[in-house]
Design a protein around this ligand. Structure first.
Ligand code: HEM
Ligand code: HEM
Length: 183
């Protein structure tokens, strides 16, 4: 039996979910690719889109505080419900922690911040063009967080997507339709 609570989600919830989901998955892929293959040309693109994603993620956090989490549909055990909620928390926190740690690494490390060509924080360079850290501690902390949470966040996304598909394929409830419907 389906509950009749909240059969539709607000367009704000749906639009922010899909834009941030695509953004996060792309930035994870670009981040791993560019570090693995030393594709330094992609760094500015990664940082620019990452900084923009932070603005969207902060908007979404404020939206969740205002609106609350979507209510559950379908028959879910208490354990399943708690698992889903935990993953939602991990995911939404990661949308803030990733860009914030990126900014800490970049700005703290003296590389500054530019969103495409718009310079927000100037880089500090020595005569040889090497970055001079503004705050080495913040820079290193950002670097470590940014690298450390990778597998954790990818794991959470995998579980989240498998969970969503389970609702659709096995439980045959409206969970996926409700999040992705356009009307
Ligand atoms: C193909 C990829 C994805 C699918 C199919 C998907 C599907 C869904 C569905 C169906 C819901 C609604 C859950 C409910 O009704 O309780 C949901 C919620 C949520 N998803 Fe995803 N998702 C995907 C990717 C992502 C990614 C990459 C993130 C990472 C940031 C994410 C973060 C969230 C969060 C935080 C919620 C809770 C509601 C909200 O804040 O909008 N999702 N997802
Ligand atoms: C918003 C979401 C973001 C995601 C999901 C993300 C994800 C990643 C990932 C997965 C890596 C590869 C790490 C590794 O394999 O060790 C990476 C590297 C990197 N990211 Fe991000 N990132 C984001 C935002 C940012 C922002 C806003 C900045 C800076 C302004 C940034 C700067 C960097 C830099 C400089 C590297 C390369 C680190 C190195 O050379 O080892 N990222 N990112």
């Amino acid at each position: 039996m389906m509950s009749h609570l909240q059969q539709t989600l607000s367009s704000t919830t749906k639009i922010l979910h899909i834009v941030i989901a695509i953004g996060m998955m792309s930035l994870l892929a670009i981040g791993i690719y560019m570090t693995e293959f030393e594709a330094f040309a992609l760094y500015d693109l990664h940082k620019s889109f990452g900084a923009i994603l932070l603005i969207l993620a902060l908007t979404r956090v404020m939206w969740r505080i205002k609106e609350g989490w979507p209510s559950t549909i379908g028959n879910m055990s208490k354990v399943q419900h708690m698992a889903a909620k935990t993953i939602h928390w991990i995911l939404i926190i990661s949308t803030i922690l990733y860009p914030v740690s990126g900014l800490m690494m970049s700005i703290g490390g003296g590389h500054g911040l530019a969103i495409f060509d718009l310079e927000i924080v100037t880089a500090t360079m020595d005569a040889a063009g090497e970055a001079i850290p503004v705050n080495g501690f913040i820079g290193d902390l950002g670097y470590n967080i940014h690298g450390f949470i990778k597998y954790f966040v990818i794991g959470a996304i995998v579980v989240h997507v498998i969970g969503a598909l389970k609702h659709h394929v096995i439980d045959k409830d409206e969970t996926i339709k409700r999040m992705f419907s356009v009307k």
